[in-house]
Design a protein around this ligand. Sequence first.
Ligand code: ATP
Ligand code: MG
Length: 260
Amino acid sequence: MAVEVSFVFPTHPRAESLRIRERLVDGFRAGLVTPEGLAAHGRGEAFDYILGERTTDEARRAAEAAAAMLLLAERPVISINGNVAALVPSEMVELARAVDAKLEVNLFHVSAEREKAIAEHLLKNGADEVLGVDEEFSTHIPEVQSHRRKVDKRGIAVADVVLVPLEDGDRTEALKRLGKRVIAIDLNPMSRTARAADVTIVDNIVRAAPLMVELARRMSDLPREELEKVVEGFDNSANLRATIGLMLRRLEELSGGRSR
Ligand code: ATP
Ligand code: MG
C-alpha cells in the first residue's frame, strides 16, 4: 500500500484519530477497504471518544482472556477484513505467529479482487500463508436464513477458536451456532457482536492488536492450567456491563454532572 503524505497537524487535539482515518482512506484507495468500512469506522470512533480513547482495565482483562483462549486453542483462526488489514496488518501477522493461528481473509462485502489485495497486503507484512482466497478450499457455512457464508476448509470451517475483529452481528452469531468460541474486538459494547462473543475486547483495534501481541508472547510460557484459569475467570457479560458503566460515568463527567 502506498504511503500517502499526511496532512494531519501533529498538535491537532485529534491528531491520532485523524491519522487512523488517513490509514483507512489509504486502504480504501489501495482497494482493501470498502466505503461501508469507512462508515463502520465512524461508528467505532464515536464509542472510542466516549471511552476517552484509551485501553480500559476491562479491555485489558478481556485481552488477557483472549490471549489465553487463543494459546489454548487447537485450531485458532484470525479472520481478516479490509479495515483490519488497513489498520493493523503486521500486528495481526505477529499475533498469528505468537499463538500459532491461521490468518483467513473473510469479507462481509465479498469480492475476489479485494480478497486478493488483502491477502497480498498481509503477505507483504510478513505472513507466510493466508487462507480464504483459494477457491479450491472454499466451502460454505449457514449464516442468516438465505445467506451462506464462504469460509476456508482449512481455516474457519474447522476452527475451534475464531478471532473476529470488527465483525457483524449475524456472522458472529453464526459462528457461535456452529459451536466455535469467538473473540471479538469491538468498540461498541452494545453491538450484537459484543454480546454474542465469548470474549469481547472493547477497545480500538489500533490499541488492542499490539496489546494482544504483547500478552500472547508474555503468556506463551504459562502452563495450560494457568491459561485455563484466566479463561474460566473471565465473565464477558459482567465485563461489558462494567464498560458501559465506565461510559456512563465519562458522559456524566463530560456533562459537568457528578463524578464518581
Ligand atoms: P452488530 O452487527 O454487531 O450489531 P453494528 O451493525 O452496529 O454491529 P457493524 O457495522 O456490523 O456494526 O460492525 C462494525 C463494528 O466495528 C461496530 O460495532 C464498530 O463499533 C466497530 N469498529 C469500527 N471500527 C473499529 C475500530 N477501529 N476498533 C474497534 N472497533 C471498531
Ligand atoms: Mg451489523
